[in-house]
Design a protein around this ligand. Structure first.
Ligand code: MRU
Length: 352
């Protein structure tokens, strides 16, 4: 194994599924201070882990949804096939309702439900279970490969000495592999290219501070954290050569839902002439959404703004608007870094 491969294989994992069909996640709400692995034992627990962001990031919640469905079925192999199918559909629908914006969740669950619906009616429950489990594993393995390809294509964009800014966490912990937005950084760094990474803290839940800084620091990438409000000044100072972020759902015309704050970053980047790239797998592209207007943006509870780690920072009865994502207009996006290469405007994904 080359030293670059060795380094890349040391990147932490968001989740895994073992030979005894047990499903584990790294509880990301506890980072960066505690690394707690939690076994997922029921469909309700997986729903809560996704809702509470113990497991998060579009590709990772797709994989978690698939494994969550599998573990919810493994103790029901005595059911007759029709009842088993009803359980598959019911649990898939339930898991799919945990978070609305990232399309990867419904993409993975619909894939499994479709396989179940097309399974021969004279087959056995046990065989169908095995097929669904193997498909969940295949979705996970596919994502590992995809992240790596995104990393290879995206690393070509990073030049020696560049400043690369990211928001939220689209790293290994947001996927099954080495990440989407962070994958180009990992691959470039592992091959000896030296650059400066900037991680925007990402209020309110601080995925940039807690998770991206943790991941990049652990890997040895030269990383500087900034408050979200600093990004436009950083660009004015000429310290940012490119921005790379992930995506939760990309509409057919390239409008992109990603972590709240992405759209402001993109507007500022346009002003300062800094290219903003979206790194995402094809499974994040939703050709059924014609434009950003079709994307449902998740709104989360007011406690996320009123408290930081249990400490109250605003009046309890203040009104709060807390969208988890925003939609960046496709005209602000320099390109999409995907497993098939870098896609440049004009965007029309149903044709690519
Ligand atoms: O609310 P989160 O932490 O799940 O939001 C995650 C993001 O916005 C990521 O950028 C996106 O899911 C891409 S992850 C490869």
């Amino acid at each position: 194994m080359s030293s670059s491969e060795k380094l890349l294989s040391s990147i932490p994992k968001a989740l895994y599924f073992d030979d005894e069909d047990r499903f584990f996640i790294l509880d990301q709400t506890k980072l960066p201070t505690d690394e707690v692995i939690e076994e997922q034992k029921s469909v309700e627990q997986v729903y809560d882990s996704i809702y509470q962001l113990k497991v998060r990031g579009a590709p990772a919640i797709g994989i978690a949804g698939a494994y969550g469905l599998v573990i919810s079925l493994k103790n029901s192999l005595d059911l007759d096939l029709e009842d088993f199918l009803q359980l598959v559909y019911k649990n898939a629908e339930y898991l799919n309702s945990s978070r609305p914006t990232a399309v990867n969740l419904s993409w993975a669950l619909n894939k499994l439900s479709k396989i179940a619906s097309e399974y021969p009616k004279d087959g056995t429950t046990k065989e169908l279970y095995k097929i669904l489990r193997d498909e969940a594993v295949a979705i996970h393995n596919g994502d590992i490969k995809t992240c790596r390809q995104i990393g290879e294509f995206g690393s070509e964009l990073i030049k020696e000495g560049n400043g690369v800014l990211t928001l939220c966490n689209a790293g290994a912990l947001a996927t099954g592999g080495i990440g989407t937005a962070l994958a180009p950084m990992y691959v470039a760094w592992s091959k000896g290219k030296r650059f400066k990474a900037y991680s925007s803290e990402t209020r309110p839940l601080l995925q940039g501070a807690r998770i991206t800084c943790w991941e990049l620091n652990k890997f040895g990438v030269d990383t500087t954290m900034i408050a979200d409000s600093v990004s436009s000044y950083l660009m004015k100072l000429g310290r940012v050569d490119m921005i790379v972020v992930g995506a939760d759902r990309v509409a057919n015309n390239g409008d992109t839902a990603n972590k709240i704050g992405t759209s402001s970053l993109a507007i500022n980047a346009k002003f300062y002439g800094v290219p903003l790239y979206i790194a995402c797998p094809y499974s994040t592209i939703d050709t059924n959404s014609k434009s950003g207007a079709d994307i449902v943006v998740e709104e989360r509870g007011k406690e996320e703004l009123i408290y930081i780690k249990g400490q109250q920072i605003a009046p309890k009865d203040i009104k709060v608007f807390n969208p988890a994502f925003d939609v960046t207009d496709s005209s602000l996006i320099a390109g999409f870094i995907t497993e098939k290469g870098i896609i440049r405007p004009p965007y029309n994904f149903s044709k690519s």
